[in-house]
Design a protein around this ligand. Sequence first.
Ligand code: B12
Length: 193
Amino acid sequence: MKIILLKPNFSAHKGFLGSNYFVLPNIGIGIIAAILSEEGHEVIIKDPVLEGMDLEDTVSFIVDNNIDILGLTTVSMHYEGAIQLAREVKRRRQGIITILGGPHFQGIGEECLKKNSFFDYICIGEGDYLISELIKCDFNIDCFSAISGLVYRDASGKVVSNGMGITADMDKLPLPDYDNYPLPLSAYTPCCE
Ligand code: B12
């Protein structure tokens, strides 16, 4: 499958948080990318803040590249950006699957899925293998209850949470796929230089 992983931009926040002053390569999506690439999927990592892409640039990139799965990593200050991006992508590319994870969803993953119909799945906690497991079971609802950290809608549309995700054997995790980041690591901005 063709998967894009990214941290949304800070469209709702200007200035310091909206600049590329404080942008470092996201480790979580780097690990997820490594796992999915090893399994033969085509994985693209984008970093809209670093690459100077606004909402329209990002949506167009996803639509033009026929992406099957959009994976968004989200701290709370990205949440508004995640909503805007997922909503617009779902509107312009029907059938795309949206999966969100990251610190913002700890404790409120169910609420976020209930409120946003354009989010298909949310990951709470560690989600290194969550997309891989969804793909392996072909997004079949029968296997959802066994996927660690998954928040999903059951057959009746009711939101169900499997609780905090845990990666059972961290020693088996690959390193982040550093070669797949959109720009060389030297392009990222160290804090406080
Ligand atoms: C390192 C770090 C930084 C670094 C680097 C961040 C980066 N590379 O993106 C720096 C110093 C730049 C930084 C900055 C900030 N940080 Co910081 N940071 C951390 C820290 C210590 C570790 C993050 C990390 O790399 N974890 C390891 C990786 C592997 O885990 P992960 O990214 O969470 O991903 C896993 C899961 O969340 C999940 N997952 C994540 N995304 C996705 C997506 C999908 C699709 C799926 C399926 C799963 C999934 O699966 C991953 C693998 O298990 C955390 C605290 C913590 N213990 O997590 C705070 C933390 C993330 N930071 C936080 C904050 C507030 C900030 C700043 C806003 C601070 C500020 N005021 O400027 C900025 C935001 C910068 C930005 N653009 O994101 C908060 C976020 C809280 C919140 N409610 O969202 C945290 C949780 C600390 C805290 N407890 O308050 N941070």
